[in-house]
Design a binder for this molecule. Structure first.
Ligand code: PLP
Length: 257
């Protein structure tokens, strides 16, 4: 069984963040491990607070894993502060980590800043060059590139710009497009578009976390980037179709359907 690591924030209600990642790793038959970067206070109605874990403890968690266990894939999610990003990048470089999927999480669907806006440049400078795959949604790709993105041709232009920042593969997620949720993958040579019909549900909490951790799990299992992204997209599509109405607000996707 392959071992896969998530470096991300905790979501109290289990639909996003570390908890979603670990469920996704299990659903793919991989062994999940976690480095927690922040603890959020949240439920299906929103995020109400956040405590960042110190850079020293983040570095310690990463050393604890890499000094003992072989890691075949890594997903990086919520990194709220500049110092958090440096701690992660320094340690992943030191341990020669591979198959790194960076989900550049910025703002929750409920509008909470999961990354402090002043950390953007550090994310671009330190994490994007480490990414084997980077998975921004449209608003995140707009922040990273500084351009307006609202159709497939602007998604392609943005993917090329983010590729030039050092990511080996760029997946721009089209969930925020007006019509269907078409994603676009650029591997430095070719553009692949992945189409799916829009699913009528409000329960989409944690979709980005789940997709990126599914990609990391599939890379760890030896799939090519194209295969990993296609399998992950199929997984998240069915997980949204079977999403769960827990709580009063936006429910989570169903990791085991
Ligand atoms: N909480 C944590 C810890 C996250 O990492 C994320 C997304 O990456 C979210 C919440 C946001 O969840 P959503 O915007 O899908 O509701």
């Amino acid at each position: 069984m392959k071992h896969v690591l998530t470096i991300a924030g905790s979501d109290t209600c289990g639909g996003a963040g570390i908890q979603a990642d670990l469920k996704t790793f299990s659903a793919h038959g991989t062994y999940g491990m976690s480095v927690i970067t922040a603890v959020t206070v949240q439920n299906t109605q929103g995020v109400f607070g956040c405590q960042d874990i110190s850079p020293e403890i983040i570095r310690g968690q990463i050393d604890a894993i890499y000094s003992d266990i072989k890691v075949s894939g890594v997903k990086i999610g919520m990194v709220s502060q500049i110092e958090t990003i440096h701690a992660i990048a320094d340690k992943l470089e030191e341990h020669h980590a591979t198959n790194i999927v960076v989900d550049p999480v910025m703002i929750s669907k409920s509008g909470f800043d999961l990354m402090q806006p002043d950390a953007k440049d550090t994310l671009i400078r330190r994490l994007i060059p480490l990414a084997y795959v980077v998975t921004p949604n449209l608003p995140e790709a707009e922040v990273i590139t500084g351009m307006k993105i609202n159709d497939l041709s602007s998604m392609e232009e943005a993917a090329r710009k983010i590729f030039a920042m050092g990511a080996k593969n760029v997946l721009i997620k089209g969930g925020h497009l007006e019509d269907d949720a078409t994603d676009l993958l650029f591997d430095g040579e070719k553009i692949i578009t992945l189409h799916s019909d829009r699913i009528a549900t409000k329960n989409t909490h944690g979709t980005g976390c789940t997709l990126s951790s599914a990609i990391a799990a599939n890379l760890a299992k030896g799939k090519s980037v194209e295969e990993a992204v296609c399998i992950a997209k199929a997984y998240i599509t069915v997980a949204i179709e079977h999403s769960l109405s827990i709580g009063k607000g936006v429910g989570p996707t169903n990791h085991f359907y």
